[in-house]
Design a protein around this ligand. Structure first.
Ligand SMILES: Cc1cc2nc3c(=O)[nH]c(=O)nc-3n(C[C@H](O)[C@H](O)[C@H](O)COP(=O)(O)O)c2cc1C
Length: 145
């Protein structure tokens, strides 16, 4: 059966703290299990990138609910596609919080280890490239969690 996939980026609400992020993940994991949705949320330097995958109607209604959430703003869809298998079959909503780091000589190495290490092997090359390329704000590099 085809799996619908949607990836968006958004801007985190100012002052969003760890308890708020935990509350988002609690709701996501509870609802997504019921809706047949799996996915991944990356938080970096004031921005989110999230992948939702599952039945098309479930993905679209969940995305509509997420768009109306005041804990972030300006959601923009960057990928919407159908696949045969899930990228995150075991994750109701995986999460990785990357931190801002100062550029260093070994940054390229560090960058790929941070998010790449959090992604399971089932992630397709197009989705992997999106998450590895995500920089949050322009000029910011991804650090290890
Ligand atoms: C960045 C972000 C990601 C979210 N991801 C999900 C999600 O994957 N699934 C979900 O049901 N809600 C998600 N939410 C929360 C929804 O916006 C909404 O608060 C929630 O679905 C309401 O659920 P409830 O009526 O059970 O409290 C997310 C919110 C934010 C800000």
């Amino acid at each position: 059966m085809a799996v619908h996939r949607l990836v968006y980026v958004s801007t985190t609400a100012p002052g969003l703290d760890q308890p708020s992020l935990d509350a988002i993940l609690d709701a996501a994991r509870r609802n997504n299990a019921e809706m047949g949705i799996t996915g991944f949320l990356l938080s970096l330097d004031g921005h989110f990138m999230q992948l939702l995958e599952g039945p098309k109607a479930a993905v679209e209604s969940t995305y509509q609910a997420i768009c109306a959430d005041s804990r972030h703003s300006n959601p923009v869809v960057v990928l919407q596609t159908d696949g045969e298998t899930r990228c995150f079959p075991d994750w109701r909503m995986g999460c990785h919080v990357a931190r801002q780091v100062r550029p260093q000589a070994d940054m390229k190495q560090q960058t790929s280890t941070g998010v790449a290490g959090a992604l399971p092997v089932s992630v397709t090359p197009d989705v992997r490239a999106l998450f590895l390329g995500f920089r949050g704000s322009p000029g910011v590099s991804i650090g290890v969690q």
